[in-house]
Write a protein that binds this ligand. Sequence first.
Ligand code: MG
Length: 389
Amino acid sequence: MEPKTKRHLAILGSTGSIGTQALEVVKSHPEKFEIEVLTAQNNADLLIAQAIEFQPNCVVIANETLYEKVKLALANQPIKVYTGNAAIADVVQMTDIDMVLTAMVGYSGLLPTIKAIEAGKTIALANKETLVVAGELITKLAYEKGINILPVDSEHSAIFQCLVGEFHNPIEKIILTASGGPFRGKKRDELLHVTKAQALKHPNWEMGAKITIDSASLMNKGLEVIEAKWLFALKPEQIEVIVHPQSIVHSLVQFKDGSMKAQMGLPDMKLPIQYAIGFPNRLTSDFERFNFLNYPHLTFEKPDTETFRNLDLAYEALKAGGNKACILNAANEIAVDAFLKDKIKFLDIAKINEKTMNACSFVSKPKLEDYQNTDKEARKVAEEFVNKT
Ligand code: MG
């Protein structure tokens, strides 16, 4: 057998914001990467184009009604075509895959991530909801299997980069930076009638719709607090959030001696993606470089948790443990979806999250099945609150 010099990747959610940027990174380093698997939920046209360009071993289109279309378009290609969510959980276990980049949206990332870890694949984790929903189960499984979960989320990538070479030095605390999103500085009365278009206009980062709304509501930072707890084995009180509107300092670690390390750069998701899929090596890039003279003022301020309730809800969920964060995540997925469909107002998102957290049954030591049941129950409860709004 020839020695394997390239890293073989499966990209789950290849047509989304992270997926397409990951493929750009792969394209700039053809000598480093080989694509084994691409998967998409609904975007059949882009999946077909990506498959023809990158020639993976197989593709999965999750939406079964689009299977024939993809199958037909790739009929003359040596590429296998599968459909359905179960197929995604199957293909990640293929022998040739070294690393799975999980870039799908929301709860749907959970099962494929578990299957990939069970099959011994390194995870490049862009789907933070997986750790929010079932962080304890996932990290335990990864530990047992001896596999790495490499963060793609820019803040967690920053912390991870600060920790390289420091793995035996205890962390005093970490500080996650938040841009504050498009509504930073606004109070509740100013947010009563903000529109979907306004919420989707993020000042610094180019991202998918769900995470952009989460950024506007500070839920994204809340989810990231929970994600950080599991990735870096921290207590809630060791995780702080500071608003940093320029998004240049991507996060910081403070060690036991009081020394702090930060990772900086222009806000470009391709950098953390490239760091994760290239780890432990830093690959070259022609991304625009940061220039201090363009940013003479880097500023920091306290998050406004009275206006943006979601951040406190995340801490509450983290402290409660069990299935609380799973409930919060499901409620938020429903609420954001309802907001994007103009069924509820912006401030209703946090209200629905809070009410759902209080209404659902608490399980202190959940297993996979409990998480699955919790997710179902919380979605149903949140839907009811949406309909009553
Ligand atoms: Mg982030």
